[in-house]
Ligand binder design. Structure first.
Ligand code: ADP
Ligand code: MG
Length: 472
């Protein structure tokens, strides 16, 4: 039957059904046997055709008013891989990090620089820190920097959030305070320099101000970083009641703030660590409890195994594993849901890497090189991108790098997937594209977990990446 005939039959039959019942929805109509045998892509019934499950106002559709649909909605709010956490009930671990930052701000009156890889949870830490500081009556101004951030614009934004009430030379009953004016109203029209900014901030009395500059690495402007460094110096020299907390992606501190030598004494720098296994378990438990889902023990272990200490990967896998369970009308998430979630995540990462790289990786997978590729990817992730050969030893039981691993390393360099550089006499390796390491890592976790469920005879020795480093 041609597509047009099938469609005509389908429509007339639908209309007839509708005329009889009056209230019937499209989904009430069972597909005819002939339609069932038609390929899915041609005659998707309205129940199988992709659709939104809830309205934009978060109202569940009449078809979806089941406990599972409500759990699904909660799940989407409980594991948000694309958004940072700001709800303390969801925030897992990081107590040492938060304590250290709070001490530096409160006891040492230092400025703080928080750095680490993308997805490690810096913005989430900034959100929770902001709440804690606000609870202590600090005036906190949160700025998310962009590629075109410049000092003048950022400082004007900050000043616009500081009420005139805190200006030392202005009385509490002054008309400026009553009119709701801010320090931004006192700024000159000309571009603001760090000197002018610190002069204005020095006038603050009656409160303490914390300025969070998140995503600092996004700014492409050297002048912006230089000016912020200079502002930190000026503020520290004058004991001003304003402290900066800077967060950004960087392998090391100098990468984030090039002009750091001049202000080293005035800042507390902290690299956000990878999460421990216990912290990842807590993340799973927190989100699961809020969503009304239970993760089986081995499902939780599999997520810890695959997340590699990354709260981003853990959240992504929990999100997909939860959906996989709910699709099967379960609120218990099991290991097979986690395997399915890794498969989906692999596809997501695959879409972010060039076709040439994908083809090469497929060849390596066919050649059974996955365990070694996983080790290289694991070393890269744990070393924030640039790793040394000795970092590969973490994944082996021997004190020498096994021959096949050396071969894979050489092959990756030859294929220009890995770039070799020498920094201060140390030989470093880095993947040529950002997405390669997490992609390879998840692929290797997927095959290791599948192997664990149904072992395949393989010529390649089973070597698994040590979890010790992230469990400590
Ligand atoms: N402490 C945490 N508890 C629970 N989830 C977290 C935590 N830290 C980060 N996440 C999750 O990890 C992902 C990345 O977090 P984010 O704060 O945006 O990282 P970064 O700013 O370092 O890129 C987000 O999905 C967030 O929900
Ligand atoms: Mg961030």
């Amino acid at each position: 039957m041609s597509l047009i005939n099938t469609l005509a039959l389908w429509l007339t039959k639908g209309r007839r059904n509708g005329a009889v019942s009056g209230n019937h929805t499209f989904e009430d109509r069972a597909p005819s046997p002939s339609r069932e045998s038609t390929p899915r892509s041609i005659s998707a019934t309205s129940s199988s055709f992709p659709r939104f499950r809830a309205t934009a106002g978060d109202q569940l559709g009449s078809l979806a008013e089941s406990a599972y649909a409500r759990t699904r909605m909660k799940l989407l709010e409980s594991f948000t891989p694309a958004q940072p956490v700001s709800d303390r009930r969801r925030f897992a671990g990081r107590l040492d990090t938060l304590t250290a930052i709070i001490r530096a701000i409160e006891e040492q009156r230092l400025h703080v620089v928080v750095y680490g890889e993308r997805g490690l949870g810096k913005t989430s830490v900034m959100h929770v820190l902001t709440q804690a500081a606000r609870d202590a009556r600090y005036l906190v101004i949160y700025v998310s920097c962009g590629a075109d951030s410049n000092f003048d614009e950022v400082f004007r934004t900050v000043a616009a959030h500081i009420p005139m009430l805190f200006h030392g030379a202005v009385g509490p009953t002054s008309p400026d305070v009553e009119k709701g004016k801010t320090l931004a109203d006192t700024l000159p029209k000309s571009p603001i320099s760090p000197r002018v900014a610190s002069d204005i901030l020095a006038k603050i009395v009656g409160t303490r101000v914390v300025v969070v500059l998140d995503e600092f690495d996004r700014s492409a402007s050297d002048a912006f970083r230089q000016n912020v460094a200079e502002l930190i110096k000026n503020l520290s020299d004058r004991l001003v009641r304003v402290q900066l907390v800077i967060a950004g992606v960087a392998g090391n501190l100098t990468e984030l703030l090039e002009h750091i030598p001049s202000i080293q004494r005035n800042i507390f720098a902290l690299q956000v660590p990878w999460m421990s296994a216990a912290e990842i378990h807590q993340l799973i438990h927190n989100g699961g409890t809020l969503a009304g889902l239970t993760f089986d023990k081995d499902a939780g272990d599999a997520i810890v195994f695959a997340a590699h200490g990354s709260p981003y990967l853990a959240t992504l896998l929990c999100h997909h594993a939860g959906l996989s369970a709910l699709d099967k009308t379960r609120t218990r998430v099991n290991k097979s849901d986690v395997l399915a979630s890794i498969g989906i995540a692999v596809l997501e990462f695959q879409g972010r890497i060039p076709a040439r790289v994908r083809t090469l990786i497929k060849t390596y997978v066919d050649q059974q090189k996955m365990p070694y590729l996983g080790m290289v990817a694991g070393a890269s992730l744990l070393s924030n991108g640039a790793f040394r050969k000795v970092d590969l030893l973490e994944s082996t039981v021997s004190s020498n790098i096994p021959g096949p691993l050396e071969d894979v390393l050489a092959e990756l360099i030859k294929a220009e997937l890995l770039v070799e550089t020498t920094v201060k006499d140390a030989r470093l390796y880095r993947f040529s594209e950002d997405g390669i390491a997490p992609y390879l890592w998840l692929l290797s976790r997927e095959s290791a977990l599948r192997d664990a469920i149904s072992p395949q005879p393989s010529a390649t020795p089973r070597l698994s990446f040590s979890q010790e480093k992230i469990q400590s």
